[in-house]
Design a protein around this ligand. Sequence first.
Ligand code: GZL
Length: 326
Amino acid sequence: MKAKKILAGLALVGAIALTTAGCAGGGSGAGGGGNDKVITVGFAQTGSESGWRSANTESMKEAFSEANGFNLIFNAADNKPEAQIAAVRSFINQGVDAIVLAPIVTDGWDDVLKEAKDANIPVILEDRTVSASEDLYASWVGLDFKKEGETAGTWVADNFGKTPTNLVVLEGTTGSSAATDRATGFDDAIKGTDVKLLDSQTGNFTRAEGKTVMEGFLQKYGSQINLLFAHNDDMGLGALDAIKAAGLKPGTDIKIVTIDAVKDGMTALADGEFNYIVECNPLLGDKVAEVVKKVVAGESVDKSYIVEDQAFDQEQAKAALPDRKY
Ligand code: GZL
């Protein structure tokens, strides 16, 4: 990927978005002054699998509002890759001005992205990435999932690396860049420590499946389990029910580290049921809308924009909760 622009925190992203909107001049869309053509955007969202996804959808709908010069056509694919490909194909047939895609999985996008390119409809990726060639999309606005996994793994190595520790993992959606890259970063960070992997299975980023998989782990390993790494808060929250039903104390008998930092996860952390959370900022709407306006106006954009994350322990969660936007 070409030059990456690291965006430090939401404030910067918001400021850039506001600045761009104010000075876009020739940018299309009512919000950018100059040409008042409304930009019709087809947004292919994964579904509504988690609290993170709800916050991301809300952020995107707020940014792609009529007041900002957009006509948004929204589709949520219920976490079904084939339905999401069909939604993108439908946007092409409708002749939208641009397509925004949050790809459920990394592979399988080459054909429909080629069809969008042949129809001269630019595609901007948000959140997760695809394995298709970079020339098939204009830009990607997302997060460094590998770094998120590394941050979680480093916390584990620092706190449990020198004592025999049995780990179970609730993986995100199989084949998604979020799950793949978080696993890579986490595994790299715990290499050479006394942390031993007992089991790892996908919970598909949902509470329900996180609970079911954790029930299975507990039936198989019981109190041997010392540590749970869940690729997102929602699967960790589902696991809490299973851990309590097994008569164990989450955050004490089984330490829990997750990724996202949505309100329910941060509340569990502040209450001592989680032990560490790595943030994954879902508020990408302003930046994605800014990139779409530039692309539609024929202006150059970077190939990728990475929104920076932070991490929280229990005390930091208590302090941060009152001001959290999601
Ligand atoms: C991460 C995003 C993941 C979240 C989950 O950017 O793709 O998908 O971590 C969500 O909560 O379901």
